[in-house]
Design a protein around this ligand. Structure first.
Ligand SMILES: O=c1ccn([C@@H]2O[C@H](COP(=O)(O)O)[C@@H](O)[C@H]2O)c(=O)[nH]1
Length: 235
């Protein structure tokens, strides 16, 4: 089984990101870079990390009107990260515009098409926080509803917490990639994450990709932490 862990390198420091990713090569399956990194280092920063030869997940969580998201996706598609994200709550038209642009632009520039993932409900949101922003019903029902909309838009994958992954596995197309943050080994702190599970539990629920940040990047020895997780997963 290939290593399902993408390490979330949440930093603005390009030298730190490259050094960390280099030290984790062979111990994780890929590197996730987010808005924090992209806002400072831009496309050149993404190319620098991609140049290390590890799959890159560019997690921008785009959320705007369809035309604006399509414009941003055009730039992402030219960079050709393995995966990228938009918010499912942006709606059906926004998701369709993003998916169409990702495929069209990749074909136009002759690069591999980036898989577009729709973020359902952030893993830092619990039932009370969801009610406070005005969403009725349970987190699970809302995740399932957004997943259905995302599939109508032709999305490649979904981001959800480990608590919803089994229900989504039963609901969505078998090709849909299920990407799961909110992963906490028993020896790590939850921090701001609310809907969490251990790496092995999340895999057993049906997650394809596990996103793990601070339990690795905040450890005294990140390589040892990544190795420990790989051993726990048996990869
Ligand atoms: O629902 C979501 C969507 C994305 N994330 C991102 O994953 C990592 C998690 O980092 P940890 O340090 O393991 O908490 C981070 O980059 C988030 O932006 C998420 O946590 N939840």
């Amino acid at each position: 089984m290939p290593n399902p862990v993408y390490v979330a390198v949440d930093t603005t420091n390009i030298n730190q990101a490259v050094a960390l990713a280099t030290s984790l090569k062979g111990l994780v399956g890929g590197v996730k870079l987010g808005l924090e990194f992209f806002s400072v280092n831009g496309p050149a920063g993404i190319e620098a990390v991609a140049g290390l030869g590890m799959p890159v997940f560019l997690d921008l969580k785009l959320h705007d009107i369809p035309n604006t998201v399509a414009g941003a996706m055009k730039g992402v598609a030219r960079l050709a990260p393995r995966l990228t994200t938009i918010h499912a709550s942006g709606g059906l038209a926004m998701m369709k515009a993003a998916v169409d642009m990702a495929r069209e632009e990749a074909a136009r520039v002759g690069r591999p098409a980036t898989k577009v993932l729709a973020v359902t409900i952030l893993t830092s949101i619990d039932q009370a926080a969801m009610a406070a922003i005005g969403y009725g019903g349970t987190v699970l029902d809302q995740v399932k509803r957004l997943a259905d909309l995302a599939e109508q838009a032709g999305i490649d994958g979904l981001v959800c917490s480990p608590h919803e992954v089994a229900a989504l596995r039963a609901q969505v197309r078998k090709e849909t990639v299920l990407v799961v943050p909110g992963i906490r080994p028993t020896w790590a702190e939850a921090g701001d994450q609310k809907r969490i599970m251990t790496p092995s539990e999340a895999r057993a629920q049906g997650a394809d990709i596990l996103v793990i940040g601070r339990p690795i990047t905040g450890a005294a020895d990140p390589a040892a932490a990544a190795r420990r997780i790989a051993e726990e997963l048996g990869v």
